[in-house]
Design a protein around this ligand. Structure first.
Ligand code: SF4
Ligand code: SF4
Length: 290
């Protein structure tokens, strides 16, 4: 276990309230760094409003790049490419597989393979603490490496500022970005909803978390929309001896908070905000035991 404790909040799919919960955790926690690792749909910044003070490009896979001055437009590259990624006029960077064949057949030496920037990372300050985040460019492929980069930035921030906790907004689902957001953290928190698909998604995610040997806890969001499914989720947690951190009721003030671009706990009075505060208290108790 690392000196800086790391907690990743994940969900089986998008829209289950994961970022809503994480933003409120960020507002309630002391002495922490925040990392938004949901790089495909990064939106934590909309709730936490970081003031960016550092950024950089994220290089993706290598693609063919043409030196237009050397090119004689005779088309050997176009004929050779099996992916229809290059013509005498242009290189389709999204279609290019970076196989390098065109660089070998070009008699003018006009082509070479170079990595292209597919996203950007950022570091900034929020009123709740320092934050690292990233955004992939449109159409760029989901990248576990970008998640790892954001986590490295967050770890650097934590060590530089001597903050003992990193709260990570993980990607939804089971892809490589989720794996990267869970690797070597101290605890994973799964946010789920009481629907059949929510139960199924949560079960698969818990299996992944258990495969990594990580401590795991669960939050049921909108528990009152289906009491029977919430009961099944409770039973599932009990059977696995997995902590149920709490249950958040359906509450229209959540939408109000999101519309106002605030963490829910910043809008006092709603039952959801009260539930999240209690959940955070339990989460802290659990973190202490790690
Ligand atoms: S093979 Fe080389 S010189 Fe010929 S069209 Fe392609 S890039 Fe241009
Ligand atoms: S690197 Fe390969 S895929 Fe890309 S343009 Fe050249 S031949 Fe086509």
């Amino acid at each position: 276990m690392s000196a800086v404790k790391q907690v990743t909040v994940v969900s089986g799919k998008g829209g289950t309230g994961k970022t809503t919960v994480l933003a409120s955790f960020a507002a309630l926690a002391e002495n922490k760094v925040i990392a938004d690792c949901d790089v495909d749909a990064s939106n934590l910044y909309l709730l936490l409003h970081p003031e960016q003070h550092e950024t950089g490009g994220f290089p993706g896979a290598k693609v063919a790049i043409r030196d237009e001055e050397l090119c004689k437009r005779h088309g050997a590259c176009e004929e050779a490419c099996r992916f229809d990624a290059i013509t005498v006029d242009e290189v389709d960077e999204l279609a290019c597989e970076g196989c390098g064949l065109c660089t070998l057949v070009c008699p003018e030496g006009a082509l070479k393979l170079e990595p292209i920037v597919v996203g950007n990372w950022y570091i900034g300050d929020t009123r709740y603490g320092p934050m690292a985040w990233a955004r992939l460019l449109p159409a760029a492929e989901s990248s576990g490496r970008l998640v790892t980069l954001v986590r490295q930035k967050a770890e650097n921030l934590a060590y530089e500022t001597e903050l003992g906790l990193i709260l990570i907004d993980g990607p939804p689902g089971l892809g490589c970005t989720t794996t990267a957001a869970l690797a070597d953290v101290d605890m994973a928190v799964v946010v789920t909803e009481p629907t059949l698909s929510g139960i199924h998604d949560m079960e698969r995610q818990v299996e992944l978390i258990e495969y990594f040997g990580l401590a795991c806890a669960v939050i049921i969001n909108k528990h009152d929309i289906n009491p029977e499914n919430s009961r099944r989720l409770r039973q599932y947690c009990e059977a696995r001896n997995m902590p149920l951190l709490g249950e958040i009721p359906f509450d229209t003030t959540v939408t109000d908070a999101l519309t106002a671009q605030q963490p829910v706990v910043e809008r006092n009075g709603g039952p959801a905000a009260g539930a999240i505060r209690q959940i955070w208290t339990r989460t802290c108790e659990l973190i202490e035991t790690l």
